[in-house]
Ligand binder design. Structure first.
Ligand code: ADP
Ligand code: MG
Length: 328
């Protein structure tokens, strides 16, 4: 029996209890979902598309893909300091392959359930493999961590796992591409960071009232931090030696690791600014969540991003990679 569109949705993406949780009054299955707005809260909405060959390799484990399609969206809510509430899933599939769908749904819902996030609807069509998730979260007015709030004198921070850093996912991508050969432990670590990024939702919530601005790192630190600085009307100097980098990648050439940390992409960490008197609060928040928070530089009045090396000398601008741009 071939799996039809409606059977597929019913079997893999509709869960009866979903309409009964949180803000979802009526879930997937009707012409629209019905949401119960929470009084005196802003909705935070974000959407991201993953396209085969562009955002993921065709060989990726579908369980990991289900995880990542949601994780990259939750990362945007995290960067806004928003509490995840519900989401939609638009799937374009070349074929309805039951084992693939089961694994994809497993990865997707495992992450959704950890964030108490209800899937309230979506769309399912045939075509080249592409996945679009839209997430909705809530945040009290005035509490959102916008990109535009950084001020001259604020410290700049980046989150990282205790055993990892920026550029981990890029290291895995380069191994897949065959341009590097990672030691086994580094490969295992990097691959997990690439395929199963952990959205920093709890950190985003904890930084409400502490951080002055935040952004999540999807295209690389230089490009993404550049967006934050531009929105805030300031510039910054970063200390290249302060960038968190995984110990297990240390056997690789320094210039590679430097480029990956600055512009590798797919980090899904938070970069944020906070007034200098909030250092203790930032460290305490990260500590409580079992994460690292690394001070990497300062906001300055002079526009643009400068990066200094161990001797305090500015890196040659030609050495500073820029962020990923789909059309550049
Ligand atoms: P319509 O033709 O009215 O747009 P659809 O046939 O596209 O309706 O969808 C039927 C129902 O199934 C809707 O409630 C929609 O939200 C839900 N749905 C479709 N695809 C998915 C999916 N991938 N995940 C969750 N719900 C889905
Ligand atoms: Mg539809």
């Amino acid at each position: 029996m071939p799996l039809g569109e409606f059977d597929l949705i019913e079997r893999y993406f509709r869960r009866p209890q979903d309409a009964l949780r949180g803000v979802v009054a009526l879930g997937s299955g009707d012409d629209c979902a019905l949401l119960l707005p929470e009084p005196a809260q802003h909705w935070a909405i974000s959407t991201d598309t993953l396209v085969e060959g562009r955002h993921f390799l065709s060989t990726v484990d579908p369980d990991a893909l289900g995880h990542k399609a949601l994780a990259v969206n939750l990362s945007d809510l995290a960067a806004m300091g928003a509490q995840p509430r519900t989401c939609t899933l638009n799937l374009t599939l070349p074929a309805a392959h039951a084992p693939w769908l089961a694994a994809f749904a497993r990865g997707f819902f495992a992450l959704a359930d950890r964030h108490d996030l209800v899937l309230c609807g979506g769309d399912t069509t045939g075509g080249p493999l592409s996945i679009t998730v839209t997430v909705l979260g809530t945040v009290p007015p005035g509490a959102a961590l916008k990109r535009s709030g950084a001020r001259v004198g604020d410290r700049l921070w980046v989150s990282h796992p205790r055993n990892g850093g920026l550029g981990d996912a890029r290291a895995a991508l380069e191994q897949f591409r065959g341009t590097v050969e990672l030691p086994p432990a580094a490969w295992q670590h990097a691959r997990l960071r690439m395929e199963r990024p952990e959205p920093r939702v709890a950190l985003g919530l904890a930084l409400r009232g502490i951080a002055s601005a935040a952004i999540d790192l999807s295209d690389g630190l230089v490009g993404d931090l550049g967006h934050l600085l531009k929105a805030s009307g300031c510039g910054a100097t970063l200390d290249w030696t302060a960038l968190p980098m995984a110990d297990c990648l240390a056997p690789l050439p320094l210039h590679e690791r430097r480029r990956w940390a600055l512009a590798g992409g797919d980090d899904y960490e938070l970069a944020f600014a906070a007034p200098a008197d909030a250092d203790g609060a930032v460290r305490a928040a990260a500590e409580r969540l079992g994460l690292g928070a690394q001070p990497i530089g300062w906001c300055e009045a002079a526009p643009g991003l400068r990066i200094v090396d161990a001797a305090g000398q500015p890196l040659d601008t030609a050495e500073i990679p820029t962020g990923y741009d789909h059309f550049a």
